[in-house]
Ligand binder design. Structure first.
Ligand code: GLY
Length: 566
């Protein structure tokens, strides 16, 4: 029985992995799961099942998204969370747009120099591991805010599937067992307990993972909503954990945390309306700047033109990531010039130096250094039968966040403080660069790249899309949009394509294995580009509304991501 369950668990992954294809456009298009009415695509098959069951029981897309978010905190602890934060972009059935910012905030005791030694040098790992790395978590307040405005089923029904998964456990795949075994050392260094209750024996595929403390925390959230996390026993556990490990998140931080409804960022690309996340994420601005620039250029994925597309994309990336470092931050603390950054004349002006035959040296665009972030985040997309759509990207920042587990409460805290510029004007240990705009301030939200996005065509829902991937998030979302709109691919095929990424500094095009062939490499080399092969870029989970009204899922074969619908 155990063996059967664990193999069954892997079937979607194996089927999708078999369908993995390469750029440029493949001869045999692959098609994702097609559903008549409703669909969830997430990073874990069990979380997608939870969301689909909520939809079948009459819940709307927001209900399903909340249930998926809590389920991911149990079955996908490297990024699914209650100790982190994220963003919702929602298009309701009446075509009203909403975006919810439940990003973490700098604790009240945080300050600009908190990761520097007495000589002003960055102290290694201080912003990425351990108790000082965490921002004040926003996820639970975000789920409650979304529910209070747009939810429909009883709140308890949205928590119960996650509670059951934590209490009764779920069966680990080989990859999951290996992942938890890899994380053990950090948990032992930074936590007094391990969220997955490591017992000294290595996890194996087929083992059942039970998380009792987490189940109790989820029950408190089920029974007391916001107060079940930001007050009472859970808050006491968080504060005690901070005191034990020298952290600074206080009861006042927890009590005063508020997620915020913000105006979604809306732009047009040809006949399409793009509804996406504005600051404190940079993701929406980046894709709108890139699409706004690309509108003046014809692109194709035909073999003879593909190098021109990759060159154009790289040149756009160099310019928009330079803007990101200089201008983007939390608008509550810094006046991000959103309209100016999206102004068509500004985008044209920025591209006057574009040469279709030659790479522009990044140093000549703007001074700066590598922007790179840890890439463990997760995204899911939901569409219900009424026509409501939710795009949610949520994160602990790095894989397993700060590696601090709140003893007694059984969940992992984020290491989102590293998304601030920990020393303005200087790269941190991972090369993250930022300026004054994104400096650490108490209560401020750290700049994100998350890009939950919904696209309309002719006033109708067209696509729901997003991905994890740190600084590669906006460029992965961009490529999937272009694959569908410009290259005519379906959703699964668009998601499967091998990806490229560049970001101004370093001056390199990184690409997934198999993305580059000899002719593409020599065409791009002739234009002055240099390359670096790297592992998977992003894990896009997306839904496309087909012309006949059905839904096609695009579940990323780079992970266990799964589409479930009916
Ligand atoms: N922590 C990843 C991001 O927000 O971009």
């Amino acid at each position: 029985m155990k063996l059967f369950r664990s193999l069954q668990h892997l079937i979607p992954f194996v089927l999708i992995a078999l369908a993995f294809s390469c750029s440029p456009k493949t001869e045999e298009p692959v098609v994702g799961l097609i559903a008549e009415k409703a669909m969830v695509v997430s990073a874990h098959p069990l979380a997608s099942e939870v969301g689909s069951t909520i939809l079948k029981n009459g819940g709307n897309a927001v209900d399903a998204a909340i249930a998926v978010h809590f389920a991911l905190a149990v079955v996908y602890p490297e990024a699914g969370n209650i100790g982190g934060g994220g963003f919702f972009v929602i298009r309701d059935k009446d075509a009203n747009y909403h975006s919810l910012d439940f990003r973490e905030r700098g604790p009240l005791k945080s300050h600009q120099d908190m990761y520097l030694d007495e000589t002003g040098e960055v102290i290694e790992r201080k912003s990425t591991k351990g108790h000082l790395a965490s921002g004040v978590p926003g996820a639970v307040d975000g789920m409650v805010k979304a529910y209070d405005k747009l939810g429909s089923l009883p709140w308890e029904d949205l928590l119960q599937p996650a509670i059951d998964l934590a209490e009764k456990g779920f069966v680990l795949s080989p990859d999951e067992a290996a992942k938890f075994n890899r994380a053990v050392e950090n948990f032992q260094t930074y936590s007094s307990i391990d969220p997955v209750q490591f017992t000294g024996k290595a996890w194996e595929a087929g083992d059942t993972l039970i998380q009792n403390q987490l189940a109790e925390t989820l029950k408190r959230i089920r029974d007391d909503k916001r107060e079940g996390f930001y007050g009472g026993a859970t808050a006491d556990f968080i504060v005690a954990e901070m005191e034990r490990g020298g952290g600074i998140i206080s009861l006042e931080d927890l009590e005063s945390y508020e997620s915020t409804w913000r105006e979604p960022l809306i732009g047009n690309y040809k006949d399409y309306k793009i509804i996406t996340m504005g600051p404190p994420s940079s993701g929406g601005l980046i894709i709108l700047q890139m699409l706004g620039t690309m509108e003046d250029y014809a692109v194709s994925n035909k073999k003879e033109s593909y190098a021109d597309y990759i060159h154009l994309k790289t040149e756009m990336e160099r310019r928009v990531y330079a803007d990101r470092a200089a201008y983007m931050a939390d608008t509550d603390y810094y006046p991000v010039p959103v309209a100016d950054l999206l102004n068509k004349d500004y985008l044209k002006e920025r591209f006057l130096t574009f040469d279709p035959e030659k790479a522009t040296a990044s140093a000549s665009i703007k001074e700066g250094k590598l922007l790179s972030m840890s890439e463990e985040t997760t995204h899911f997309s939901v569409v219900d039968e009424m026509g409501n759509a939710v795009s949610c990207t949520t994160t602990l920042n790095g894989g397993m966040g700060s590696s601090v587990v709140v003893d007694g409460a059984g969940f992992i805290l984020n290491n989102e403080m590293d998304d601030f510029s920990i020393k303005p004007g200087h790269p941190n240990m991972f090369g993250v660069l930022g300026g004054e705009a994104n400096k650490i301030e108490p209560g401020k939200r750290m700049l994100s790249s998350m890009t939950p996005t919904i696209i309309e065509k002719d006033g109708e829902l067209f696509m729901v899309v997003g991905t994890p991937g740190g600084s590669t998030i906006p460029t992965s979302v961009f490529q999937v949009i272009v694959n569908v709109i410009e290259f005519g691919m379906g959703m699964q095929e668009a998601v499967n394509q091998k990806r490229f990424h560049s970001q101004w500094q370093p001056e390199v095009i990184s690409y997934e294995k198999g993305a580059m062939d000899e002719s593409l490499e020599s065409a791009l080399t002739a234009k002055g580009h240099v390359f670096a092969e790297r592992g998977g870029i992003g894990r896009v989970d997306a839904i496309l509304k087909l012309p006949d009204g059905r839904l096609e899922g695009g579940a990323d074969p780079r992970g266990m991501d799964t589409a479930v619908g009916f």
